[in-house]
Design a protein around this ligand. Structure first.
Ligand SMILES: [Zn+2]
Ligand SMILES: [Zn+2]
Length: 145
């Protein structure tokens, strides 16, 4: 499988866009985080590397990274768009804490099987699946006691 960097380079080339240093830095920062950053989060992280990068550049570059199939957009009920890795990433689901906003990633083979069965039963091809479970995380429950 090609590296995410190669995929991004090819995507820029196909679009007739330049492989700029700034775009590379934004991709690097995104690839290094295993969290679910918003554009503002990414902007804060990128500025530590290169203070010259503007928010609009981060925003546009994330759209390019998304178009290239490297990122997925997810919402956690706060109305803000979060990004996460898509390329070479196992399908997973999110548990979202309503108190502290923490997002826990979970995987479930059983859930995959159920989806497969449902799809087969209805001769349906699933292209994406999301599940968000909202509640209170362990730490917040402890604090609440
Ligand atoms: Zn919490
Ligand atoms: Zn995730």
């Amino acid at each position: 499988m090609k590296s995410a960097r190669t995929v991004f380079k090819q995507h820029l080339k196909n679009k007739g866009l330049l492989q700029s240093k700034q775009r590379e830095q934004i991709l690097d920062v995104f690839l290094k985080t295993e969290k679910h950053p918003t554009v503002n989060d990414l902007y804060d992280m990128v500025r530590k590397k290169n203070p010259k990068i503007g928010l609009a550049t981060v925003y546009r570059t994330m759209e390019l990274i998304y178009d290239a199939g490297l990122a997925r957009k997810v919402g956690f009920g706060d109305g803000i768009k979060h990004y996460e890795h898509k390329y070479k990433h196992q399908r997973h689901y999110h548990l979202i804490c309503l108190k502290c906003g923490k997002v826990i990633e979970v995987t479930s083979n059983r859930l995959e099987q159920i989806q497969k069965q449902l799809a087969e039963k209805h001769d349906f091809t699933i292209s994406r699946a999301t599940m968000r479970l909202f509640g209170i995380c362990r730490q917040c429950k402890r604090k609440g006691k």
